[in-house]
Structures are given as structure tokens and as C-alpha cells.
Write a protein that binds this ligand. Structure first.
Ligand code: NI
Length: 156
């Protein structure tokens, strides 16, 4: 049965035998097998642009956090589809389809998926905060290597 008494459930205040047993058992395990992520908090730690940080991993895919500003490099990914979701600000996804150039503005609360093989380039007039969801193998500049390329990503 779950106790709703805040004194009994506050950490370090439960001196009952049951409380001690619970503490001993939990200290043998890895703490926090699940940890929530606050996007605003994590994004506030990022000071630079076009440098994705790893914020989570599941099923071989990474959740990355990144800030955009200005134009990125035109590129494509041979094997990976990429999802871009805007948290704050907005950016324009330029892409080429059958030789024609298109542009789509992505606003807060919206996302876009760029299929593998499609040439694309994000562009942000002002700073834009973005969540990426893509396979761990995805290089930010895809088939291109230039000053924007980040091969080793920090975890945030
Ligand atoms: Ni890309």
C-alpha cells in the first residue's frame, strides 16, 4: 500500500524497518533507470549553433538537441531518415525533389521528416531550438564534410 503521508515518504525521514529495507534494496540497483528530460533546461546549456548534443537513446536511435542559426550545408543521408522538431523559434527546411527546390517553414510544436536520399538544408533567420530523432549512425552533414561536420557528439 502506498503511503500518502509526506513525512513518511520524504527521503531520509522514514526510519521504520520497512523504510530501511526499501532503501537497502534500492541502493543495490542502478538509481534512476528512467530519468525525465526537460527540453528547455537542456537547451539552455547549449551556447553554440549547429552542434548537436545527445539527450537520449532508444532502439539504436538518438534524440539530439541542437540550436540552429543561419544557413546550414546542403547534404543528404544515404541510409537515414531524419526528424526535426521545433521547440522554440522557427526554421526553414530547404530541399530538392526531382530537381526542384522547395522550402517549408517549421514552427514550434511542428516537425518534419526528411527521407533518406533527399537533399536538404535547414536555415534559421534567428536562433531556433530543435530536437532531432535519427539513427545513431547519422552524421549531421551527411555525405558532405565541411566546417559544420560534427563526428563526436557530447551527451548533455
Ligand atoms: Ni541532414
Amino acid at each position: 500500500m502506498v503511503s500518502h503521508d509526506p513525512v513518511a515518504t520524504a527521503p531520509g525521514t522514514d526510519t521504520s524497518a520497512r523504510g530501511r529495507d526499501k532503501k537497502a534494496a534500492s541502493s543495490r540497483r542502478t538509481p534512476n533507470i528512467m530519468q525525465k528530460i526537460n527540453l528547455a533546461e537542456k537547451l539552455s546549456l547549449i551556447q553554440d549553433h549547429w552542434n548537436p548534443r545527445i539527450a537520449g537513446e532508444l532502439n539504436g536511435q538518438l534524440i539530439k538537441l541542437v540550436k540552429f542559426e543561419g544557413p546550414f550545408t546542403w547534404h543528404h543521408h544515404e541510409h537515414e531518415d531524419e526528424m526535426f522538431m521545433v521547440v522554440k523559434g522557427r526554421f526553414r527546411m530547404d530541399y530538392r525533389d526531382h530537381g526542384e527546390e522547395h522550402a517549408e517553414w517549421i514552427e514550434p510544436g511542428e516537425f518534419i521528416i526528411v527521407p533518406r536520399g533527399v537533399e536538404h538544408r535547414p536555415f534559421a533567420e534567428a536562433e531556433c531550438e530543435v530536437v532531432l530523432f535519427e539513427p545513431a549512425s547519422t552524421l549531421n552533414t551527411g555525405n558532405v564534410e565541411d566546417e559544420f561536420t560534427r563526428k563526436q557528439l557530447e551527451t548533455i
